[in-house]
Structures are given as structure tokens and as C-alpha cells.
Design a protein around this ligand. Sequence first.
Ligand code: FPP
Ligand code: MG
Length: 367
Amino acid sequence: MCVVSPRSAFATPQPSASSSHARSSPLASANKVDPHALLKAEITHVRSSLLNLLGSSNPTLSDIASYYFHHPSKQLRPLLKHSRLSAEQLDAPLSRPDVLNDYNPSMPDHTASFQSPFDLRPPPMHTFPSPPPSLYAESAVSSAQLAHTLLPTQLRLAQIVEMIHVASLLHDDVIDKSDLRRGAPSAPAAFGNKLAVLGGDFLLGRSSAALARLGDNEAVELIASVIANLVEGEILQMKGTSARTNVDSSASSEVDLASLHAEPLHAESLMAKGARAAVVLGGCREGEVWKEVAYAYGRNVGIAFQLVDDILDFSSSTALGKPGSGTDLRLGIATGPVLYAAEEYPELEPLIARGFKHDGDVERVSI
Ligand code: FPP
Ligand code: MG
């Protein structure tokens, strides 16, 4: 039995817009449910017990590491396995290369399907079992029953994913010189850059220990590779920015906009692999489709999340709780909305190429 619960860790608590959907399919009836109300108990548990993981003999470190958890936005018990692995086994990936090598710019975009890009033949039908009926039956969607579908390891996984996310935010706010986050002074503004970076490192250390305690090598591999993906994504973004700022504006029409579309989608890898790891912890058997379903689901939610975040960057900082008002543009970053706009308005290409450095560039693009 495979427990599918990729939903818990990543949902932003927001009002539900659920009840008006047509009831033409079992999935449509699931749409009636407010996921935040359903998962309130689990999310509360994830938040409250997470702070227990952040204690340190250095109280300042605990303060910084828990700082963003006091302004939460989005939001899995250890099983210890012992195994003797050979050197060859240690080098053998547990997940497919295309899953592990997320952010490989030459990787084909196969996320709409549940297939490896290395095997584009339709998978045999037996790998697509029917969804567990209880998850979709009208009578099944009560908190009490959902509680039975969430394993302690999955709850801890949600906490681990949140810790990694917050660690990346701590580092990101230093890199972006951002003074505001979640409507409050950012960690670098409140504690200084050095402590913000160290706080992020501390969170990564704690999340790594908690990950090891899950006792599932495939989940460990997936989540650890997310950390590498986040760093790669950030460097890609930095490279794109400096490449643009070093471009002579007169040659700007030759800028390869397609390469700029490689702008990393930060949220994507964490959500895709986090959702996949939740299904792995749920006991998904080899050959079942659920890992692929969870991966594609998380990835698509991550892409949607990032697109909305990029659009919100054009909003006022008061509404957003973080700098906004064209911050990405001012950093020279051409996000999705600008790149798509340039397809329709090619006159934006020189502005993108010079990283919006001329007077009036940011305002022109923000119209
Ligand atoms: C936010 O993007 C970016 C991230 C959350 C990822 C940043 C990744 C790193 C700094 C690499 C280091 C990673 C770890 C795990 C320590 P944004 O600036 O567009 O979003 P924002 O508007 O919320 O700041
Ligand atoms: Mg930022």
C-alpha cells in the first residue's frame, strides 16, 4: 500500500476557494474540501514541534534559526535501518538520473508526463494502478481519517523541507540584500549578514541529522540533492545577472533570450523531490506510478508558486511583506513575466540585456 500525501508540507494557509466545482468525477468531489482546514492539526504539529529541533547551546543561533518560523508562510518519526553497503552500492544512485539532476539545463522538460526522459515509450498499463479509493471517496475526507494516512516520517519530512527552505531564505536575503521578509525585518537586517548565514548553515545541519533519522536512503538522497539544486539554481541566476550586466547595450539585440529562460525556479526542486520523498516514505513499491505522480505534482505546484512569486515582485512591499516593487528587476534579474512580455514586445530585449541598469528601465518594464 502506498500512502500518497504530497500535500501537507507545501500548502500556503489561505482561504479555500473550493466548494463550487462541478462533481463530474471523484476528483471533483475532493475539490470541495478545504485542505488547510483538513490539515490544520498536522500543520500545527509540524510548526510547534519543529522548534524543538532547533535548540542549541548557543541561544543566539537558536534565535536566528527559528526567526523565520515565527513568521510562518508555507508549510513529517524516525525509523532506524541498518545496512552494510559496498563501495559500489554507495556510488549507485537510488533515484533516476533525471530526477537527481534537476536543473540540468539540457534536461528535456518531461514534467507533464510520468516518464523518464530516457524512456519515452508509454509505460505498461500495470504500472498505473487505480488510486487508493479511500482517498477519493466522499466519506473519506475527514481529518480523523486523513490522520491515518499521514505517517510520522512524513510529518518529519515536512519539517525537514521547511528547514531547508528557511535556510535558503536566510542565505537568499543576504545575497539579495533584502531588508524585509514576511512583513518583518529580514534575518540579516535583524542579526547581521554573518549570523544570518551561520543560522542557515545551522538549519542545514539540523535538517541533515533529522533526515538521516528517517532511515530511508532514497528519501535522504532526494532531499540532499535538493540542497545542491538550490545552490546551482542560485548560481545560474547570478551568472545570468552578471552576463547581462556585462553586455554592451548596443549588442543587446543579439542577447540569447532563450538562455535567460533557464532562470532557476527555486521552489520547483524542493517541492518536486519533497513530494516524491513523501511517497517513498509512504512505502511506494517499485514499478508503481505514485512517485512519478508526486514528483510531477510537486514540480508543477513549484512552478506555479514561482510564477506567482515573480508576479508579486511587481506589487508594493506593504502588500507583500517583502521588498517587492521591482526588486528582481533592480537586481538585474529577468523573471518569467518579463521574459514572456519580451516575446510580445521585443523592444524589451535591450533592457533585459543590460540588466535594467539605465534610468527608467525598471519603470518601463513595470508598466
Ligand atoms: C528566493 O528567490 C530564493 C531561494 C529561496 C533559494 C536561494 C538559494 C540559495 C541562497 C542557495 C543556498 C541554499 C541553501 C539550502 C542554504 P527570490 O529572491 O526570488 O525570492 P524572495 O523574493 O522570496 O526573496
Ligand atoms: Mg530574494
